[in-house]
Structure formats: C-alpha cells, structure tokens
Write a protein that binds this ligand. Structure first.
Ligand code: E4P
Length: 252
C-alpha cells in the first residue's frame, strides 16, 4: 500500500517536472538536456558520521562530500565510514588517492561496488580527465574535485563528470572572490547542454551558500559548523521570545 502511494506521488512529481521543464525551455530559461535542479541540493562536507546523522534528521540533507584530509582527521576506516553515510543520504563522494588514470579507474570501480550512493571523486588533472571519461563509459557517477577555473570546469564536463567542484573558499584565501568563479561557470553553462551539476565546494560562511543559491548553482557542500549557522537569525529568536511572552500574558 505504502509502495503504491509513493509510486503515484513519484509519477505525479515527474509529470510536474516535465511540464515545468517544457515551460522553462520555451521561455529560454533552460535548454534541452541541461542540468536543472528544482531545488538546490545541500551536502555536508565531512567524514564524521555522527554529524551526517544529526543534519540528515533535519530532512534537508541531500548528500555528503568527503576528502582524504577529512577522512584522516576522523581516523576511522574509510570504507566503513562511506557505507555508514550511504545508509543516511543518497549521494556520498569518496575520493580516489591514485594519481595515474589506471589507478584511479581501479579505485573508481572498487568504490562504485561498495554502494549505489557512492559518487567517485576524481581530481582535476589530465589523468583525472581520462578516469572521468572511463567512469562515464562504465556508468560510474563522478565528482571532479579541485576545480579553480572555467577552463577546468569545461574540460571536466566534456570528460563526462556528473558533478564538478569549484573550491570557492580556497580562492578567497588566495585573495580572489571565489564566488565569481561560480558566476562565470553558471554563465557558461547557460550556453550549452552540459548535464554536469555545479557543486560549490570549500564554503566557509552562510553568505557563500546564499550567493550560490542566487546564482542557481546546483549543489553547495557545507562544513558542519557553517551548516549549523544556516537556520539561525537573531530576529527569529527575538520573534519567538516575543510570541512566547505574549502567550504567557494571556494565561495569567
Ligand atoms: C569538497 O568536496 C571538499 O571536500 C571541500 O569543500 C574542501 O574544503 P576546504 O577548502 O575547506 O578544505
């Protein structure tokens, strides 16, 4: 019974999406085959399973990105960590550590067998491009990491990356405006039929996520400490206090 209901909802949802898609294509807002998110996906940038479980319980978490530094920080078994996260969210990026295409491809095949939620993270290098092409041909989902220019973004998309990860915070650290890169990539994406999703990585503050949403970036990956700041606003707290105080007065 439950399965039948969810199937009906899924069909209805896909019809809405198809008609909206047609409208957007007609109005010139999007092109056929273009990656189009009907909502912005929010990922947690962590290798800590407890943090994933906590934020997943909010009901707004779409995935997780890990990297070798984050995994090393936690000091837990990599495969076990990825599998625990796959049980909590539908998309978990697991990064290859090989630097040659053959080694990356071997790791990609291995990781992709762990769980269907695994997305193989491949660095933006020439060897990485070869591995991305291989994964595309094998039907393995990929996230091309360490993207710092529009040229790299285009190469990764052409090689068949499912996701690209431009690192905005590290550009900010180097004295540039990282979000400008996202603006340029989203502008370039409007001209073509790339189905590659743009993931805003290396975010450092809520403003990065807000600017990403305004630019229509498909995904933002967010550190735990920044994710916890997103629901907060001092006027919300003040508003709740005033409502509660007024409510108490009626009960005296
Ligand atoms: C993305 O997938 C990376 O794990 C991450 O965003 C890197 O962020 P950092 O620059 O804070 O290390």
């Amino acid at each position: 019974m439950i399965r039948k209901f969810s199937f009906v909802r899924r069909v209805r949802h896909s019809k809405i999406r198809a008609s909206e898609r047609k409208l957007h294509i007609r109005s010139g807002k999007m092109r056929r085959g273009e990656a189009y998110s009907f909502h912005m996906k929010l990922f947690l940038d962590t290798a800590n399973v407890d943090q994933v479980a906590e934020v997943a319980a909010w009901g707004v978490l779409d995935g997780v990105t890990t990297n070798p530094s984050l995994v090393a920080k936690e000091g837990k078994d990599f495969k076990e960590t990825v599998l625990k996260m796959c049980a909590l969210v539908p998309c978990v990026s697991a990064q290859v550590t090989a630097t040659d295409a053959e080694g990356m491809q071997k790791q990609a095949v291995e990781y992709s067998k762990w769980h269907k939620h695994v997305v193989v993270k491949v660095p933006m290098t020439v060897e990485g491009l070869k591995a991305l092409r291989f994964c595309r041909q094998k039907g393995i989902k990929t996230n091309c990491t360490l993207v710092f220019s529009v040229a790299q973004a285009v190469l990764a998309a052409k090689a068949g990356a499912s996701i690209i990860s431009p690192f905005v915070g590290r550009l900010d650290d180097a004295g540039e405006d990282g979000m400008l890169l996202i603006e340029k990539i989203m502008e370039a994406w409007k001209h073509y039929g790339f189905t590659t999703e743009v993931l805003v990585a290396s975010t450092r503050k809520p403003e990065h996520i807000e600017r990403a949403a305004r630019m229509g970036a498909h995904i933002s990956t967010i550190p735990y400490a920044v994710f916890k700041q997103l629901p907060l606003h001092p006027l919300t707290d003040a508003g709740i206090k005033r409502f509660m105080d007024d409510w108490e007065k009626t009960r005296r």
